[in-house]
Design a protein. Structure first.
Length: 169
């Protein structure tokens, strides 16, 4: 299980416990990483609040490290919140390395932003296309469908339902 960014790392850690498998965490925020799991920190150095484009270029600098972390596995499951910059920037690089460099079976799980997060939708769509190109299977978690079918839910309740569904799956 590979977790990217805050939510992705949380999902990967919990899934690795449920599946009794190894976990790799990747983020540009040290708070997302856990000392009990193999972690790759994407250094943004002097960049304050780097864009997705900048994070992707920084992730490219770590492509060899990402590749070496994934080489020993036959199947890689990538968890990425595409509403966040880390997910949109780093997930395509991880899936590319897993699929093309390591020839792993690659499954990506993409959590899409809500429609009210208008500034994030374009980057999420671009990254989703890249994930689909580099994955054998892509599972899309659409938080808006939960809200559309259950308008009384809060965003937090949607997150909880989606996360529980992912763990059950």
């Amino acid at each position: 299980a590979v977790g990217i960014g805050g939510l992705g790392c949380k999902l990967a850690i919990n899934s690795s416990r449920l599946l009794d498998c190894k976990c790799v965490l990747i983020s540009n925020d040290e708070k997302d990483l856990d000392e009990n799991h193999f972690s790759i920190f994407i250094h943004s150095d002097s960049w304050i609040n780097p864009s997705s484009y900048k994070l992707r270029s920084l992730a490219e600098l770590s492509a060899r490290t990402i590749k070496s972390a994934l080489e020993e596995f036959q199947t890689v499951i990538v968890f990425a919140n595409l509403a966040g910059r880390a997910g949109t920037a780093i997930a395509p690089v991880v899936c590319r390395e897993a699929k093309l460099s390591c020839s792993n079976t690659t499954v990506s799980i993409a959590i899409m932003p809500f429609k009210f997060e208008k500034d994030r939708i374009f980057q999420a769509g671009v990254s989703l296309g890249r994930l689909q190109n580099y994955s054998d299977s892509t599972i899309v978690v659409d938080n808006d469908s939960l809200l559309d079918n259950n308008p009384d839910l809060s965003a937090e309740q949607c997150y909880e339902i989606a996360n529980d569904a992912l763990y059950d799956m």
